[in-house]
Design a binder for this molecule. Structure first.
Ligand SMILES: C[S@@+](CC[C@H](N)C(=O)[O-])C[C@H]1O[C@@H](n2cnc3c(N)ncnc32)[C@H](O)[C@@H]1O
Length: 344
């Protein structure tokens, strides 16, 4: 059926992943009509949660934007919002920290593929999210300039999702662009949701009946002993004596957060694709001697308890999808600004 104004504001999600962005748009009142995602596991997860959305499971570089527009029955200018998060590894600060210039990466061209969809659809509004490092990259200036040449008014900033109702520190570059005037970014809220409020109510992991909360952990005796020794509620391995450190930690400095515990009364650290592995960051439960479960990671990203993630490729692939997502609550608040711009 052709999307129209009578059915609310319509949106397309490019690089849709597991659907965090789509969920936020839907909660704000958008009808998401189309999505593009290359990875089969992410596409499977997306469709399990958003079966009504037409999903192109293919490489966006080979997908003709006109074909998508025609398949959706939209004329130029009829799309209300084009949203998306072009993959960001090419600009990630972890990689660029070691070099003064941006890392060249094939994925950078995906940012410009997003523009091809703008040109084809001429949407009324645009939402683009990425890692903060992109804001300092010359390619971002080219991207912004091209949008301006197309007649869009741009608002952009690096915002922390923790200030927008997400129980997690997560700094992200956000771009909102409007066709007739700028769209103000959402204002931060004074309240911070904590780890306790978000995961403190969950039943014990392992036997809860929720497969995302029950996956077993396999760790060597040495690592189990290290985890047990980390002080509860916010402790770090730096507080242990040298004797309790793993050999690899004795040899290298830095990465102080690895094998750290989250604090009950604070927001969580950034949930990354490595969130199922305590050697990748501060991902230990505040007081249980284990890593957070996939369900806990998903809740800290702002997904509801009912959200499904495919476990077909195992725990670490599911963690990758969860960590890659844009927190729905953050999206919802920004998308509400777009709805205002559209006159909703
Ligand atoms: C940052 S994640 C998107 C997260 C998503 N917006 C969410 O909120 O859950 C980027 C996604 O782009 C997908 N992707 C990467 N290269 C692609 C390509 N060439 N064509 C289509 N999708 C691609 C990845 O598989 C990944 O799921």
């Amino acid at each position: 059926m052709k999307p129209s104004n009578q059915q609310g504001f319509n949106a397309i999600d490019l690089f849709s992943g597991a659907g965090g962005l789509t969920l936020g748009l839907k909660r704000a009142g958008f009808r998401v009509v189309g999505a593009v995602e290359l990875d089969d596991l992410a596409a499977e997860t997306y469709s399990a949660n958003h079966p009504e959305v037409q999903l192109w499971q293919e490489d966006i570089r080979g997908l003709d934007p006109r074909k998508v527009r025609r398949a959706l029955g939209l004329r130029r200018g009829e799309l209300h919002l084009l949203a998306g998060c072009p993959p960001c590894q090419g600009f990630s600060s972890l990689r660029t920290r070691w070099r003064s210039i941006s890392v060249e990466d094939d994925r950078n061209e995906l940012l410009f593929r997003f523009l091809d969809f703008v040109v084809e659809f001429r949407p009324r509004a645009i939402m683009m999210e990425n890692v903060p490092a992109l804001a300092r990259d010359s390619r971002f200036f080219v991207f912004a300039e091209k949008l301006q040449c197309l007649g869009y008014y741009i608002s952009t900033d690096v915002l922390d999702a923790a200030a927008f109702g997400v129980p997690q520190r997560r700094r992200r570059l956000i771009v909102l662009a409007g066709d007739s005037k700028p769209i103000s970014l959402a204002q931060p809220i004074p309240y911070r949701y904590t780890v306790r409020e978000t995961i403190g109510f969950l039943p014990e992991a392992g036997n809860s009946g929720d497969s995302l909360h029950d996956l077993p952990e396999t760790r060597t005796a040495k690592v189990v002993a290290l985890i047990r020794a980390i002080p509860k509620d916010g402790g770090s391995r730096s507080s242990l004596g040298k004797d309790h450190q793993l050999d690899c930690h004795k040899r290298c400095k830095g990465f102080y957060d690895v094998y750290g515990r989250m604090s009950w009364n604070d927001v969580a650290p950034t949930i990354t694709g490595g969130c199922a592995n305590p050697s990748k960051g501060r991902f230990l439960h505040p007081d249980q001697d284990r890593c957070i479960t996939l369900r806990e990671a998903a809740l800290l990203q702002g997904f509801p308890m009912t959200y499904k993630f495919s476990l077909r490729r195992g725990k670490y692939s599911a963690a990758e999808m969860i960590g890659n997502a844009l927190p729905p609550e953050f999206v919802q608040r920004q998308a509400a600004q777009v709805i205002k711009h559209l006159g909703g």
